[in-house]
Structure formats: structure tokens, C-alpha cells
Ligand binder design. Structure first.
Ligand code: CUA
Length: 371
């Protein structure tokens, strides 16, 4: 049942619990019209001033960012070169098979003429292949340079992304902003570049960061820092995945890169910098959050919750999804998550806290105010 990739029946199953929550992530990665529409509507409800177009293309042939475009161009060159070689070789082979096939005459019994040493033929099958390889090596080397050592504008944004089993810690050092799983970056322009550099690290095992329309894959390796950059040309919500098998919930370690206009990006940063208001109406929820040790793993700005093992929840309610993209961030899913995270994300590192209904309700109400 989990392997049912057919769009029609997949959505047909969505009324069931709790499997349907996992369907949500399938929709993200394998969009069909219905899935995208549903998700877009969900997202629209959450974010007004934001472009909620879901960009879920999971291949390299529709790049929407500078490094992805460079990779796309070299892929076309290599593919075209290989296609030409294939046509020439397969063409000659087919010709020989047809032209010199056994015809059933007296000719069949005779040995064909034996040709030894032909400088022309030997040059023909050594020199062009060498030239082709040299050209591909040079072009690839130049491309690697462009991608790995880019000349980024001085005012490039920088985001630190730390892979955890099974979520992404996202830090904006310049602004002292910490969030998780949803990475906001500013829109670039072909005439005036706005680049964002990602500094990639891992807190535990090797993870892989891949948002195909923005850039190629880069690994997140413990005790080592890798970098990559993006320069997106269209606003919207770009979906990506962890690409290295990192444990039980590897497949649900989903990435959302949200490309905003520079103005909207600044507005988002300002919202994230602010300490959430201490709403007395949900004071009980905040007390329960602390009393049940949620603060040992989660940080909430302006409170005693200072944990670092789980996602920072300071502005949790401003996010579109929970559980690193496993489900939409709405009341129903959050309740399920608080009752038992293992239902939505079996194998995730947050245990069932065995909260009572009242505790769940008050913590839920509190978390929902963390805009
Ligand atoms: Cu992280 Cu796979």
C-alpha cells in the first residue's frame, strides 16, 4: 500500500489515518496536479504576501537558479556528445550487420579478406575520441571551478544549514535568526545578482542537500564544512530531499527553500528576529511545555526552553509544515504530533511524551501562537 505511486488511487486513500499524513510528503515529492493544488491551497492559507507556487520539479532539466543552469548546460553538452557517438557507432554497426549478413551463396564458405594495419583507420578511432575526452575534461573542469569557487557578490546572504536525523537546522548568523526546515532566501535578478551561500554541516551522520532546480547535490559531513550557493530567478516554494540514506526517516527529511522578493525576505527576517509575544491566554501551555521537559530539546526565544537537540520553535507557527515537511502545519496534524510523533514520523528521535489530552490541548494552543 505504501508503494502505491498511482496518483489517482493515492489521493483516493487520503481519507485514512494515520497513513494519509505520510501521503502528504509523497505529494510533495511526486506532484500531480491534484496534489499540488491541494498543497498550494494549504500554503495560501498560511502566507498572504508570499508567492505560494510549489516548484517540485525533481530533475535537472528545468533549472531556475544560476548554478543549476550551469549544470544543466554542461549536462546537455555531455548528453549531446554521447548521443552523437552512440548514433555513429550504432549506425556503423547496423550497416555492417545488414550489409555483410549471411546471404546463403557460395560466398559464405570463403574466408573474408584479412586487412592488417591501416594508419588511416587507426588514427580515425584514436584521435577523435582523445579530442572529445580532452574537450569534455576542460569544460567540466571550468564548470567545477564556477560551481565550487564562485565569485559571489560581497553582500551575498549566508545561511548555515546543519543536518540532523531527521530535520534541518537553519541559521542566519548575520541576523541572529534560527529556524528549521524552511529556508528563506531572496530572489536574484539576472541584471543585479543576489546570491545566497549555504554553509553545510552535520550534527550526526552524513546527509545530502538537494533542491534540483537551485543547485546540484552537496553532502553534509560531520566535522567538515561544505558550501554551495543559489541564485534563484523565480519566487516560490522549492522542494528538495535529503539524498543520503541517514536512517529510518531519511525519506521524510524534506527541504523547502522559500524564495521571496527582497522586500518580503527582509520582512520575514524582521518577523523572525522579534521575540514572540508572551500571550497570557496560553500561559498554561507554556508552563506545560516547560514542565514536560520539551525545553530540553527545543528552544523558544524569550522562555526557559533552551534545548538544542530538536528544531527551534521560536516562530514555529509561521512555518508551513511540521516534522521537516512530513505534514502541513495545522491544528489537526500538530495534535497528532503532540499525542505521538511516531504516528506521523515513525523512527524520528522525538519520543511519545505520553501527554494527557488537556496537556496536548494547552501546548497546542501555545505553539499555535508562536508566529
Ligand atoms: Cu538525512 Cu537522509
Amino acid at each position: 500500500m505504501e508503494m502505491n505511486w498511482n496518483c489517482g488511487s493515492r489521493h483516493g486513500h487520503e481519507r485514512q489515518t494515520p497513513v494519509r499524513f505520510r501521503r502528504f510528503s509523497l505529494i510533495q515529492r511526486n506532484p500531480c496536479t491534484l496534489g499540488v493544488t491541494a498543497l498550494t491551497l494549504l500554503t495560501l492559507a498560511n502566507t498572504s504576501a508570499q508567492d505560494s507556487t510549489i516548484r517540485a520539479v525533481q530533475n535537472i532539466f528545468d533549472p531556475l537558479s544560476a548554478p543549476a543552469e550551469i549544470l544543466y548546460r554542461i549536462s546537455l553538452l555531455v548528453l549531446a556528445t554521447c548521443a552523437i557517438i552512440f548514433l555513429v557507432v550504432a549506425g556503423l554497426l547496423t550497416y555492417a550487420i545488414v550489409r555483410y549478413r549471411r546471404k546463403g551463396g557460395a560466398d559464405d564458405l570463403e574466408e573474408p579478406p584479412q586487412v592488417y594495419g591501416s594508419a588511416a583507420i587507426e588514427l580515425a578511432w584514436t584521435v577523435p575520441p582523445i579530442l572529445i575526452v580532452v574537450v569534455l575534461v576542460l569544460v567540466t573542469a571550468r564548470t567545477i571551478g564556477e560551481i565550487q569557487k564562485p565569485k559571489l557578490p560581497n553582500d551575498a546572504e549566508q545561511v548555515r544549514i546543519i543536518g540532523h536525523r531527521f530535520w534541518w537546522e537553519v541559521r542566519y548568523p548575520k541576523y541572529d535568526v534560527v529556524t528549521a526546515n524552511e529556508i528563506h532566501v531572496p530572489l536574484s535578478d539576472r541584471s543585479k545578482r543576489i546570491a545566497t551561500e549555504f554553509v553545510l554541516e552535520s550534527a550526526d551522520v552524513i546527509h545530502g542537500f538537494w533542491v534540483p532546480q537551485l543547485n546540484g547535490k552537496t553532502m553534509l559531513v560531520p566535522n567538515h564544512t561544505n558550501t554551495m550557493w543559489v541564485e534563484p530567478y523565480k519566487t516560490g516554494i522549492y522542494l528538495g530531499n535529503c539524498t543520503v540514506l541517514c536512517g529510518a526517516q531519511h525519506a521524510n527529511m524534506l527541504i523547502r527553500v522559500i524564495v521571496d522578493t527582497p522586500e518580503r525576505y527582509q520582512q520575514w527576517l524582521n518577523e523572525q528576529k522579534a521575540t514572540p509575544s508572551n500571550d497570557q491566554a496560553v500561559g498554561e501551555g507554556q508552563r506545560q511545555f516547560i514542565a514536560n521537559s520539551c525545553g530540553s530539546c527545543h528552544d523558544i526565544g524569550g522562555t526557559n526552553a533552551k534545548g538544542v537537540f530538536g528544531p527551534d520553535l521560536t516562530h514555529f507557527a509561521s512555518r508551513q509544515t511540521l516534522g521537516s515537511g512530513v505534514a502541513a502545519n495545522n491544528e489537526e496534524n500538530l495534535r497528532s504530533w503532540l499525542q505521538d510523533p511516531q504516528v506521523l514520523k515513525p523512527g524520528c528521535l522525538m519520543p511519545n511524551m505520553k501527554l494527557g489530552d488537556k496537556q496536548v490541548q494547552s501546548i497546542l494552543a501555545y505553539l499555535r501562537t508562536l508566529k
